[in-house]
Design a protein around this ligand. Structure first.
Ligand code: SAH
Length: 354
């Protein structure tokens, strides 16, 4: 049993069951035993890998996209370039390398990283020198345009899960069965926040909500609406909530979400519709990662890089290209949403759902 499982069991025995969101928050960010607090989970030796870790092309194309939007909005002399949950700093480093020759971009960019994990902050400091770190989005600059990227960040935010019941909703909670953590259900109750989902949700179906996403969307939207800028959010998920998507990965394998608290990664699919509707900004069409990268020119970039490679290096480059773009791999499952000021030009690259 993990150290955190023991802490949670005692807490639940004393105070009763906790919501899935409380469970997820403790598992990921408990100050001593949280998954992200105690390790770097990324890369070959870690539990999972992400698009920027698979290929430099991902960050390069997003960097050029951000620079294009910055130019389309007037190339302001000073702006904040921010990332939420930057992992090892690989994505930001690739963005910076790809934009090095865009006139005025580096001179105007102030780098801001929102990161909860001390281990990952240390990794980021090596790849992104000169950045300013933040615990939350609330302290991002408020006096200049803001360009934000968030890859596989929103999926790590705690969700609550509700089952449609004839008498309203029941909430899935984490309690005890004997001395083991086990899922349970609260008694049915009406829930005004989910009224709009009542008709569209068949009995027994699950709806997930992600309350911590809302103040983040609010903080970045207010700044972008006031001074300009752009947010790009990439994650697995869909337009709307699609049932039980809570998932645990432990040592690169799917795991039961309650089996290894603090040792397994926990994520949930992102409801992009909830994010877009929480923002006063204009939203791009939700676009699959494969389609976005194709429209940003990944095939051409892959060809250029391939020219310098042979043998195993070429094979692995081509495999990375397929992994990012193929519908059967990340191309279709991962989606991208752009948020930009009402009245500003629509960012390029979006617009095709499949
Ligand atoms: N974007 C990176 C890493 C994704 S993993 C990549 O694509 O490789 C999720 C990242 O979000 C990690 O850096 C993790 O420490 C951070 N994170 C998770 N929850 C967070 C929170 N509530 N506040 C700030 N950072 C968080």
């Amino acid at each position: 049993m993990t150290a955190l499982a023991d802490i949670l069991r005692r807490q639940i025995a004393a105070q009763g069951p906790i919501t899935v969101a409380e469970y997820m928050a403790q598992c990921l960010l408990h100050p001593r035993h949280g998954y992200y607090i105690t390790r770097d989970p990324l890369g070959q030796a870690g539990d999972f890998t992400t698009a920027p870790e698979i290929s430099q092309m991902f960050g390069e194309l997003l960097g050029l996209l951000i620079a294009q939007v910055w130019m389309d909005q007037g190339a302001s002399a000073r702006f904040a370039l921010a990332e939420l949950g930057p992992g090892r700093g690989t994505l930001m480093a690739d963005i910076l390398r790809a934009t090095a020759r865009v006139p005025g971009f580096h001179a105007g960019a102030e780098l801001h990283l929102v990161e909860a994990s001390p281990v990952l902050r240390a990794a980021q400091a090596q790849r992104v020198p000169g950045a300013v770190w933040h615990d939350t989005s609330d302290s991002l600059p408020e006096d200049c345009p803001l360009f934000v990227v968030a890859n596989e960040f929103f999926d790590a935010l705690p969700i609550r899960q509700f089952l449609r019941h004839p008498k309203g909703w029941v909430e899935r909670v984490v309690g005890l069965e004997g001395d083991k953590l086990a899922f349970g259900l609260t008694p049915p109750a009406p829930l005004s926040g989910l009224d709009h989902q009542l008709d569209g949700t068949p009995e027994g179906s699950m709806v997930e909500t992600c309350a911590p996403a809302l103040p983040i969307i609010d903080a970045i939207s207010t700044r972008i609406q006031r001074h300009g800028g752009f947010a790009i959010i990439i994650d697995y998920g869909d337009w709307g909530s699609t049932g039980d998507t809570l998932q645990a990965i432990w040592r690169q394998q799917k795991d039961h979400p309650l089996a290894n608290p603090g040792e397994a990664d926990l994520t949930a699919h992102v409801d992009f519709r909830a994010l877009a509707e929480a923002s006063p900004l204009a939203a791009t069409p939700l676009t699959s990662q494969g389609a976005l990268l194709a429209q940003l020119g990944i095939a051409q970039r892959a060809q250029v890089l391939a020219q310098g490679l042979t043998g195993a290096a070429l094979e692995s480059h081509l495999a990375a290209y397929r992994r990012l773009t193929d519908a059967a791999e990340m191309g279709q499952l991962f989606k991208a949403l752009g948020l930009y000021p009402v009245g500003a030009p629509q960012p390029p690259g979006f617009g095709q759902v499949t």
